[in-house]
Design a binder for this molecule. Structure first.
Ligand code: BMA
Length: 372
Protein backbone atom coordinates (compact mmCIF):
# COMPACT_ATOMS: atom_id res chain seq x y z
CA UNK A 1 0.00 0.00 0.00
CA UNK A 2 1.31 3.49 -0.84
CA UNK A 3 2.21 5.74 2.09
CA UNK A 4 -0.67 8.27 1.80
CA UNK A 5 -3.16 5.41 1.33
CA UNK A 6 -1.78 3.57 4.32
CA UNK A 7 -2.10 6.73 6.38
CA UNK A 8 -5.70 7.19 5.26
CA UNK A 9 -6.46 3.56 6.05
CA UNK A 10 -4.98 3.87 9.55
CA UNK A 11 -6.89 7.08 10.13
CA UNK A 12 -10.19 5.49 9.10
CA UNK A 13 -9.64 2.35 11.17
CA UNK A 14 -8.69 4.48 14.13
CA UNK A 15 -11.92 6.47 13.86
CA UNK A 16 -14.06 3.41 13.39
CA UNK A 17 -12.47 1.67 16.35
CA UNK A 18 -13.26 4.54 18.69
CA UNK A 19 -16.49 5.86 17.24
CA UNK A 20 -19.91 4.48 17.95
CA UNK A 21 -21.45 2.21 15.37
CA UNK A 22 -23.99 4.64 13.92
CA UNK A 23 -22.01 7.08 11.81
CA UNK A 24 -25.13 9.21 11.49
CA UNK A 25 -25.72 9.42 15.24
CA UNK A 26 -26.73 12.83 16.55
CA UNK A 27 -24.05 15.14 17.90
CA UNK A 28 -25.23 14.52 21.47
CA UNK A 29 -25.23 10.73 21.03
CA UNK A 30 -21.67 10.89 19.69
CA UNK A 31 -20.71 13.12 22.61
CA UNK A 32 -22.23 10.69 25.12
CA UNK A 33 -20.22 7.85 23.62
CA UNK A 34 -16.98 9.83 23.64
CA UNK A 35 -17.60 11.01 27.20
CA UNK A 36 -18.37 7.51 28.47
CA UNK A 37 -14.92 6.60 27.25
CA UNK A 38 -13.38 9.79 28.65
CA UNK A 39 -14.69 9.41 32.20
CA UNK A 40 -13.70 5.75 32.53
CA UNK A 41 -11.85 5.17 35.77
CA UNK A 42 -12.87 8.55 37.20
CA UNK A 43 -16.08 7.25 38.70
CA UNK A 44 -18.75 4.60 38.21
CA UNK A 45 -22.28 5.91 37.69
CA UNK A 46 -25.12 4.52 39.77
CA UNK A 47 -28.27 3.45 37.95
CA UNK A 48 -31.78 2.43 39.01
CA UNK A 49 -34.49 0.80 36.90
CA UNK A 50 -37.73 2.85 36.84
CA UNK A 51 -36.17 5.03 39.53
CA UNK A 52 -38.04 8.18 38.43
CA UNK A 53 -41.42 6.51 37.99
CA UNK A 54 -42.26 4.81 41.29
CA UNK A 55 -40.86 3.41 44.49
CA UNK A 56 -41.54 2.70 48.13
CA UNK A 57 -42.48 4.86 51.07
CA UNK A 58 -40.99 4.51 54.55
CA UNK A 59 -43.85 2.15 55.50
CA UNK A 60 -43.22 0.06 52.34
CA UNK A 61 -46.40 1.22 50.57
CA UNK A 62 -45.89 2.22 46.94
CA UNK A 63 -45.72 5.69 45.39
CA UNK A 64 -46.05 6.33 41.67
CA UNK A 65 -45.76 9.19 39.25
CA UNK A 66 -44.86 11.96 41.69
CA UNK A 67 -42.87 14.92 40.40
CA UNK A 68 -39.26 15.23 41.43
CA UNK A 69 -39.15 12.02 43.36
CA UNK A 70 -36.95 8.95 43.42
CA UNK A 71 -36.15 6.58 46.29
CA UNK A 72 -32.45 7.23 45.83
CA UNK A 73 -33.12 10.97 46.05
CA UNK A 74 -35.07 10.55 49.29
CA UNK A 75 -32.05 8.77 50.73
CA UNK A 76 -29.24 10.84 49.21
CA UNK A 77 -30.65 14.18 48.10
CA UNK A 78 -29.92 13.45 44.43
CA UNK A 79 -31.31 11.43 41.57
CA UNK A 80 -29.47 8.36 40.29
CA UNK A 81 -27.05 9.06 37.43
CA UNK A 82 -28.54 6.42 35.14
CA UNK A 83 -32.21 5.50 34.84
CA UNK A 84 -33.36 2.26 33.22
CA UNK A 85 -36.70 1.95 31.43
CA UNK A 86 -38.48 -0.93 29.71
CA UNK A 87 -40.61 -0.87 26.56
CA UNK A 88 -42.53 -4.10 27.33
CA UNK A 89 -46.11 -3.86 25.98
CA UNK A 90 -45.23 -1.06 23.60
CA UNK A 91 -45.78 -3.73 20.95
CA UNK A 92 -49.53 -3.57 21.72
CA UNK A 93 -49.82 0.23 21.84
CA UNK A 94 -50.56 -0.15 25.53
CA UNK A 95 -50.70 3.08 27.53
CA UNK A 96 -48.57 1.50 30.25
CA UNK A 97 -45.53 -0.76 30.09
CA UNK A 98 -45.42 -4.27 31.52
CA UNK A 99 -44.68 -2.94 35.00
CA UNK A 100 -47.40 -0.29 34.95
CA UNK A 101 -45.35 2.76 33.93
CA UNK A 102 -47.38 5.02 31.62
CA UNK A 103 -45.37 5.59 28.43
CA UNK A 104 -46.26 9.31 28.57
CA UNK A 105 -44.73 9.58 32.00
CA UNK A 106 -41.71 7.58 30.88
CA UNK A 107 -41.12 9.96 28.02
CA UNK A 108 -41.45 13.04 30.23
CA UNK A 109 -39.09 11.68 32.87
CA UNK A 110 -36.54 10.58 30.27
CA UNK A 111 -36.39 14.06 28.80
CA UNK A 112 -36.14 15.71 32.23
CA UNK A 113 -33.39 13.31 33.24
CA UNK A 114 -31.38 14.01 30.11
CA UNK A 115 -31.82 17.76 30.56
CA UNK A 116 -30.42 17.50 34.07
CA UNK A 117 -27.38 15.68 32.64
CA UNK A 118 -28.25 12.06 33.50
CA UNK A 119 -28.29 8.99 31.24
CA UNK A 120 -31.30 6.93 30.13
CA UNK A 121 -31.04 3.27 29.19
CA UNK A 122 -33.82 1.16 27.68
CA UNK A 123 -34.49 -2.58 27.70
CA UNK A 124 -37.47 -4.36 26.18
CA UNK A 125 -39.32 -7.46 27.36
CA UNK A 126 -41.55 -7.92 24.31
CA UNK A 127 -44.10 -10.68 23.95
CA UNK A 128 -43.43 -13.35 21.36
CA UNK A 129 -43.70 -12.17 17.73
CA UNK A 130 -44.68 -15.70 16.59
CA UNK A 131 -47.55 -15.81 19.05
CA UNK A 132 -48.10 -12.37 20.62
CA UNK A 133 -50.35 -13.87 23.31
CA UNK A 134 -47.22 -15.42 24.81
CA UNK A 135 -45.03 -13.31 27.08
CA UNK A 136 -41.30 -12.73 27.01
CA UNK A 137 -40.96 -15.63 29.44
CA UNK A 138 -42.88 -18.18 27.38
CA UNK A 139 -40.14 -20.29 25.93
CA UNK A 140 -41.40 -20.84 22.43
CA UNK A 141 -38.57 -22.69 20.79
CA UNK A 142 -36.95 -21.45 17.58
CA UNK A 143 -38.76 -18.10 17.69
CA UNK A 144 -35.81 -16.29 16.17
CA UNK A 145 -35.37 -18.83 13.41
CA UNK A 146 -39.04 -18.57 12.59
CA UNK A 147 -39.06 -14.76 12.60
CA UNK A 148 -36.05 -14.75 10.29
CA UNK A 149 -37.62 -17.25 7.91
CA UNK A 150 -41.30 -16.49 7.92
CA UNK A 151 -42.45 -13.33 6.14
CA UNK A 152 -45.61 -12.93 8.19
CA UNK A 153 -43.80 -13.15 11.52
CA UNK A 154 -41.08 -10.83 10.30
CA UNK A 155 -43.74 -8.31 9.39
CA UNK A 156 -45.26 -8.49 12.87
CA UNK A 157 -41.81 -8.08 14.38
CA UNK A 158 -40.94 -5.09 12.20
CA UNK A 159 -44.24 -3.44 13.12
CA UNK A 160 -43.16 -3.68 16.74
CA UNK A 161 -39.80 -2.14 15.90
CA UNK A 162 -41.62 0.67 14.09
CA UNK A 163 -43.36 1.55 17.35
CA UNK A 164 -40.08 1.64 19.24
CA UNK A 165 -38.58 3.79 16.46
CA UNK A 166 -41.41 6.30 16.78
CA UNK A 167 -40.91 6.37 20.53
CA UNK A 168 -37.14 6.89 20.33
CA UNK A 169 -37.57 9.67 17.80
CA UNK A 170 -40.17 11.40 19.94
CA UNK A 171 -37.77 11.87 22.86
CA UNK A 172 -36.98 15.51 22.38
CA UNK A 173 -35.85 18.19 24.81
CA UNK A 174 -37.54 21.61 24.79
CA UNK A 175 -35.14 22.90 22.12
CA UNK A 176 -35.80 19.95 19.84
CA UNK A 177 -32.65 17.97 20.65
CA UNK A 178 -33.10 14.19 20.60
CA UNK A 179 -32.37 12.44 23.89
CA UNK A 180 -29.53 9.91 23.50
CA UNK A 181 -30.47 6.45 24.75
CA UNK A 182 -28.42 3.38 25.62
CA UNK A 183 -30.62 0.70 24.05
CA UNK A 184 -30.06 -2.82 25.35
CA UNK A 185 -31.97 -5.35 23.27
CA UNK A 186 -32.26 -9.11 23.87
CA UNK A 187 -30.46 -9.15 27.19
CA UNK A 188 -29.53 -12.09 29.43
CA UNK A 189 -29.27 -14.30 26.36
CA UNK A 190 -26.75 -16.67 27.96
CA UNK A 191 -29.77 -17.85 29.98
CA UNK A 192 -32.87 -19.47 28.45
CA UNK A 193 -35.78 -17.77 30.24
CA UNK A 194 -36.58 -15.40 27.37
CA UNK A 195 -37.56 -16.46 23.84
CA UNK A 196 -34.21 -15.16 22.54
CA UNK A 197 -32.24 -17.15 25.14
CA UNK A 198 -29.40 -19.56 24.43
CA UNK A 199 -31.63 -22.65 24.60
CA UNK A 200 -33.96 -21.37 21.86
CA UNK A 201 -31.64 -20.24 19.07
CA UNK A 202 -28.17 -20.88 17.72
CA UNK A 203 -25.40 -18.29 18.13
CA UNK A 204 -25.64 -17.57 14.40
CA UNK A 205 -29.39 -17.00 14.57
CA UNK A 206 -29.01 -14.70 17.57
CA UNK A 207 -26.35 -12.65 15.78
CA UNK A 208 -28.36 -12.42 12.59
CA UNK A 209 -31.47 -11.36 14.49
CA UNK A 210 -29.51 -8.71 16.39
CA UNK A 211 -27.92 -7.33 13.23
CA UNK A 212 -31.24 -7.23 11.42
CA UNK A 213 -32.83 -5.39 14.35
CA UNK A 214 -30.11 -2.77 14.72
CA UNK A 215 -29.91 -2.27 10.97
CA UNK A 216 -33.67 -1.85 10.73
CA UNK A 217 -33.76 0.78 13.48
CA UNK A 218 -30.71 2.74 12.41
CA UNK A 219 -30.75 2.42 8.62
CA UNK A 220 -34.38 1.90 7.69
CA UNK A 221 -36.13 3.84 10.46
CA UNK A 222 -33.28 6.35 10.80
CA UNK A 223 -33.17 6.30 14.57
CA UNK A 224 -29.95 8.13 15.30
CA UNK A 225 -30.06 8.66 19.04
CA UNK A 226 -29.08 5.16 20.15
CA UNK A 227 -26.00 3.56 21.62
CA UNK A 228 -26.45 -0.20 21.41
CA UNK A 229 -25.61 -2.31 24.47
CA UNK A 230 -24.90 -6.05 24.48
CA UNK A 231 -25.57 -7.68 27.84
CA UNK A 232 -25.30 -11.32 28.76
CA UNK A 233 -26.37 -12.97 31.98
CA UNK A 234 -23.88 -15.12 33.91
CA UNK A 235 -20.99 -16.42 31.80
CA UNK A 236 -18.16 -18.80 32.54
CA UNK A 237 -15.36 -17.50 30.32
CA UNK A 238 -14.49 -14.88 27.72
CA UNK A 239 -15.36 -17.36 24.98
CA UNK A 240 -18.75 -17.93 26.55
CA UNK A 241 -19.28 -14.16 26.85
CA UNK A 242 -18.46 -13.66 23.17
CA UNK A 243 -20.23 -16.75 21.83
CA UNK A 244 -23.23 -14.71 20.62
CA UNK A 245 -21.49 -11.33 20.23
CA UNK A 246 -22.83 -9.87 16.99
CA UNK A 247 -19.57 -8.06 16.14
CA UNK A 248 -17.93 -4.73 16.82
CA UNK A 249 -19.88 -2.95 14.13
CA UNK A 250 -23.15 -3.86 15.87
CA UNK A 251 -22.42 -3.05 19.50
CA UNK A 252 -21.46 0.17 21.28
CA UNK A 253 -21.24 -0.93 24.89
CA UNK A 254 -20.60 -4.31 26.48
CA UNK A 255 -22.15 -5.43 29.75
CA UNK A 256 -23.71 -8.20 31.76
CA UNK A 257 -26.53 -8.75 34.25
CA UNK A 258 -25.87 -10.54 37.52
CA UNK A 259 -28.07 -10.95 40.58
CA UNK A 260 -27.00 -11.82 44.09
CA UNK A 261 -29.29 -14.51 45.50
CA UNK A 262 -29.30 -16.48 48.76
CA UNK A 263 -27.45 -13.93 50.88
CA UNK A 264 -25.72 -14.15 53.29
CA UNK A 265 -24.74 -17.79 52.60
CA UNK A 266 -23.59 -16.91 49.10
CA UNK A 267 -21.85 -13.58 49.88
CA UNK A 268 -18.28 -14.69 49.26
CA UNK A 269 -19.16 -16.81 46.24
CA UNK A 270 -21.12 -13.95 44.71
CA UNK A 271 -18.31 -11.47 45.27
CA UNK A 272 -15.80 -13.80 43.66
CA UNK A 273 -18.05 -14.42 40.66
CA UNK A 274 -18.87 -10.76 40.28
CA UNK A 275 -15.18 -9.84 40.36
CA UNK A 276 -14.29 -12.52 37.85
CA UNK A 277 -16.99 -11.34 35.47
CA UNK A 278 -16.04 -7.66 35.80
CA UNK A 279 -12.42 -8.59 35.07
CA UNK A 280 -13.39 -10.49 31.92
CA UNK A 281 -15.74 -7.73 30.85
CA UNK A 282 -12.97 -5.16 31.14
CA UNK A 283 -10.72 -7.32 29.01
CA UNK A 284 -13.41 -7.61 26.35
CA UNK A 285 -14.02 -3.86 26.54
CA UNK A 286 -10.33 -3.05 26.16
CA UNK A 287 -9.75 -5.50 23.33
CA UNK A 288 -12.75 -4.21 21.40
CA UNK A 289 -12.52 -0.52 22.28
CA UNK A 290 -15.95 -0.36 23.89
CA UNK A 291 -17.18 1.17 27.12
CA UNK A 292 -18.58 -1.38 29.59
CA UNK A 293 -21.17 -1.56 32.36
CA UNK A 294 -23.00 -3.85 34.74
CA UNK A 295 -26.31 -3.37 33.00
CA UNK A 296 -28.48 -5.02 35.69
CA UNK A 297 -27.74 -6.26 39.16
CA UNK A 298 -29.04 -6.34 42.69
CA UNK A 299 -29.86 -8.17 45.85
CA UNK A 300 -33.62 -8.41 46.32
CA UNK A 301 -34.79 -6.38 49.34
CA UNK A 302 -31.13 -5.35 49.84
CA UNK A 303 -31.18 -7.75 52.74
CA UNK A 304 -27.54 -7.18 53.70
CA UNK A 305 -27.21 -3.89 55.62
CA UNK A 306 -23.64 -3.32 54.39
CA UNK A 307 -24.12 -4.71 50.90
CA UNK A 308 -22.99 -1.54 49.14
CA UNK A 309 -19.57 -1.17 50.77
CA UNK A 310 -18.86 -4.81 51.58
CA UNK A 311 -19.87 -6.44 48.35
CA UNK A 312 -20.47 -3.93 45.54
CA UNK A 313 -17.91 -1.16 46.07
CA UNK A 314 -14.80 -3.37 46.33
CA UNK A 315 -15.63 -4.88 42.94
CA UNK A 316 -16.77 -1.82 40.99
CA UNK A 317 -14.37 0.86 42.26
CA UNK A 318 -11.36 1.83 40.16
CA UNK A 319 -12.57 -0.18 37.18
CA UNK A 320 -13.39 0.82 33.61
CA UNK A 321 -17.10 0.31 34.33
CA UNK A 322 -19.20 3.23 33.14
CA UNK A 323 -22.12 2.33 35.38
CA UNK A 324 -23.95 -0.35 37.31
CA UNK A 325 -27.72 -0.41 37.45
CA UNK A 326 -29.84 -2.02 40.14
CA UNK A 327 -33.31 -3.30 39.33
CA UNK A 328 -36.65 -1.76 40.19
CA UNK A 329 -38.31 -0.92 43.51
CA UNK A 330 -41.45 -2.65 42.38
CA UNK A 331 -43.09 -4.07 45.50
CA UNK A 332 -42.42 -4.41 49.23
CA UNK A 333 -41.01 -7.89 48.50
CA UNK A 334 -39.24 -6.93 45.27
CA UNK A 335 -36.88 -3.95 45.45
CA UNK A 336 -33.19 -3.35 44.83
CA UNK A 337 -32.37 0.25 45.82
CA UNK A 338 -32.62 1.76 49.29
CA UNK A 339 -35.61 3.95 50.18
CA UNK A 340 -36.29 6.06 53.25
CA UNK A 341 -35.63 3.99 56.36
CA UNK A 342 -34.52 0.87 54.42
CA UNK A 343 -31.84 -1.06 56.27
CA UNK A 344 -29.03 -0.46 53.75
CA UNK A 345 -29.70 3.28 53.29
CA UNK A 346 -26.90 4.47 55.60
CA UNK A 347 -24.45 2.10 53.98
CA UNK A 348 -25.54 3.23 50.50
CA UNK A 349 -24.54 6.76 51.50
CA UNK A 350 -21.19 5.47 52.70
CA UNK A 351 -20.60 4.07 49.22
CA UNK A 352 -21.54 7.42 47.67
CA UNK A 353 -19.32 9.31 50.12
CA UNK A 354 -16.35 7.22 48.95
CA UNK A 355 -16.50 9.40 45.83
CA UNK A 356 -16.06 6.33 43.62
CA UNK A 357 -19.74 5.94 42.74
CA UNK A 358 -21.51 8.91 41.24
CA UNK A 359 -25.10 10.04 41.41
CA UNK A 360 -26.53 12.74 39.23
CA UNK A 361 -24.61 15.83 40.35
CA UNK A 362 -21.11 14.59 39.65
CA UNK A 363 -22.37 13.05 36.44
CA UNK A 364 -24.01 16.27 35.26
CA UNK A 365 -20.74 18.15 35.96
CA UNK A 366 -19.18 16.04 33.22
CA UNK A 367 -21.55 17.48 30.58
CA UNK A 368 -21.93 14.16 28.88
CA UNK A 369 -23.90 15.53 25.93
CA UNK A 370 -21.34 18.12 24.97
CA UNK A 371 -18.13 17.69 23.08
CA UNK A 372 -15.38 18.69 25.44
C1 BMA B 1 -38.33 -8.78 36.52
C2 BMA B 1 -39.31 -8.44 37.61
C3 BMA B 1 -40.68 -8.42 36.99
C4 BMA B 1 -40.71 -7.43 35.81
C5 BMA B 1 -39.59 -7.72 34.83
C6 BMA B 1 -39.50 -6.72 33.70
O1 BMA B 1 -37.04 -8.86 37.04
O2 BMA B 1 -39.01 -7.18 38.15
O3 BMA B 1 -41.63 -8.03 37.96
O4 BMA B 1 -41.94 -7.48 35.14
O5 BMA B 1 -38.37 -7.78 35.52
O6 BMA B 1 -39.26 -5.43 34.15
Amino acid sequence: MKRPLLFLFLLISCFSAFGQIDRKATKETKALYANLNRIQKQGVLFGHQDGLAYGLNRDSTRWMGEENRSDVKTVSGEFPAVIGWDLGKMEFDSARNLDGVPFDLMKKRMVEHCQRGGINTVSWHPNNPIDPSKTTWDNVDSTIKRVLNDKKSLKVYKKWLDKAAVFFKSLETSDGTLVPIIYRPYHEHTGSWFWWGAGHCSPEEYKEFWQMTVKYLQKKKKVHNLLIAYSTDRFTSKEHYLERYPGNEWVDLVGFDLYHRNAPASNEAFKADFKRMVTTLQEVATENNKPCAVTEMGLEKVSEANWWTDIVLPVVQDTKLSYFLVWRNGRPDHYYAPFEGQKSAVNFMKMIESGKVWLERKTADQRLYQTN
